[in-house]
Design a protein around this ligand. Structure first.
Ligand SMILES: [Zn+2]
Length: 369
């Protein structure tokens, strides 16, 4: 039984943002395991991080803009801050640019992802620089980048108040199970303390806001940034396969290159559903690929903590010392800026195939399976 439990725990760990963990709150009678507290010297609070992003943007109005989108339902409200880089306001200029949408902080316990978002905004504003790279060599002039630094601010506040293993939003819904592709199907090991998908697809204001950003912006590249393992995942999360044909080949080639150059070959690649051995239903990346028709849709997992830890969630999902913290931010800034350079080349936004793909996006429909 003990062996079975260990097997179960370790396999769940590998699932990172897919997984379930035994709930720390489930058994009040047993001794509580040690939980490493949030290192406040390294990590901002969610509110401070958003304030820092906003003031950074306001120092560089020529490059960056910021807005806060609001949505609510049944007395539950969410604010989502969105940063935009490179929008000129001239529609014909912007139409020829590649559009990239990045989402951070969807799972509230994965604090490191929003710190990465802040670092990226700082590099875009030229207040910080990639090690060994000058700004001009980043080739950003033909890009519009939209970036959500912290999708799940309500959930983040619960983590900061001591629920260090919380990954859901402020009312218990897993925002990476609340999307309309293959929504609501449950694996036999499904744990509602982790993966509750909500009452319906898009029941949650945070999900509605991200969908609205995606459908109006119509990106060529989507990246959902998580932590818990190190991986460069492509669709699908809800089945054991990757997309057929050219789109699948392009995403695979790109993730293979990023893995070799920036992850020393040790990141998992392939589909989320295949690579973690566990299917996830109603995920954002599957929706972006299937319904919004984003030709390159990814989930990047940026940090794997010590897998022998049990319920020590801050340490399982986030670096706790400054050296590792800086190494993770440097590595994944380099990975994302490499994606900004290589991705548009790979899809060639001016090609006929791309135009066909965008035409399909204009006819998009919600898929509620
Ligand atoms: Zn996650």
């Amino acid at each position: 039984m003990a062996a079975l439990f260990l097997l179960f725990s370790s396999s769940l760990y590998l699932l990172a943002c897919f997984p379930s963990f035994p709930s720390v709150y489930a058994d009040a009678g047993r001794p509580q395991p040690f939980q490493t507290p949030i290192n406040r010297d390294l990590y901002h609070s969610g509110t401070d991080l958003i304030e820092k992003v906003e003031s950074l943007v306001h120092r560089h109005p020529d490059k960056l803009t910021v807005e806060t989108l609001k949505s609510g339902t049944g007395g539950y409200n969410a604010d989502v801050t969105v940063v935009t880089y490179g929008q000129s306001g001239n529609q014909s200029d912007d139409k020829s640019k590649s559009r990239i949408l990045l989402d951070f902080g969807q799972h509230s316990r994965e604090l490191i992802t929003s710190e990465l978002a802040l670092r990226i905004v700082s590099i875009l504003g030229e207040e910080q620089f990639l090690p060994g790279m000058d700004h001009d060599s980043l080739n950003l002039e033909n890009l519009v980048i939209k970036l959500v630094p912290l999708e799940n601010l309500n959930g983040r506040k619960l983590v900061e108040a001591g629920k260090l293993c919380e990954r859901r939003n402020g009312r218990g819904v897993d925002l990476n199970r609340n999307w309309g592709v293959d929504w609501g199907r449950k694996e036999k090991d499904y744990d509602p303390a982790e993966e509750y998908p909500g009452t319906a697809p898009f029941s949650e204001p945070e999900t509605k806001i991200i969908r609205e950003i995606a459908t109006s912006f119509n990106p060529h590249i989507w990246v959902n940034v998580h932590s818990g393992t190190e991986a460069l995942f492509m669709p699908y999360d809800h089945k054991n396969s990757t997309p057929d044909g050219l789109p699948g080949q392009r995403m695979r080639a790109l993730t293979e290159e990023l893995n070799m150059v920036h992850c020393h070959g040790h990141c998992k690649i392939g589909s989320g559903g295949t690579s973690v051995g566990y299917l996830a239903h109603g995920t954002a990346t599957d929706y972006m690929y299937e319904a919004v028709r984003v030709p390159m849709s990814f989930t990047f997992e940026i940090y794997a903590g010590d897998k022998t830890l049990n319920e020590d969630c801050f340490k399982m999902f986030n670096p706790v010392d400054q050296t590792t913290f800086e190494r993770v931010l440097d590595q994944w800034c380099a990975t994302l800026f490499a994606l900004f350079k290589l991705g548009p080349r790979e899809i060639d936004v001016h090609s006929t195939k791309m135009e066909n793909s965008l035409d399909q996006a204009d006819n998009r429909v919600d898929v509620h399976l």
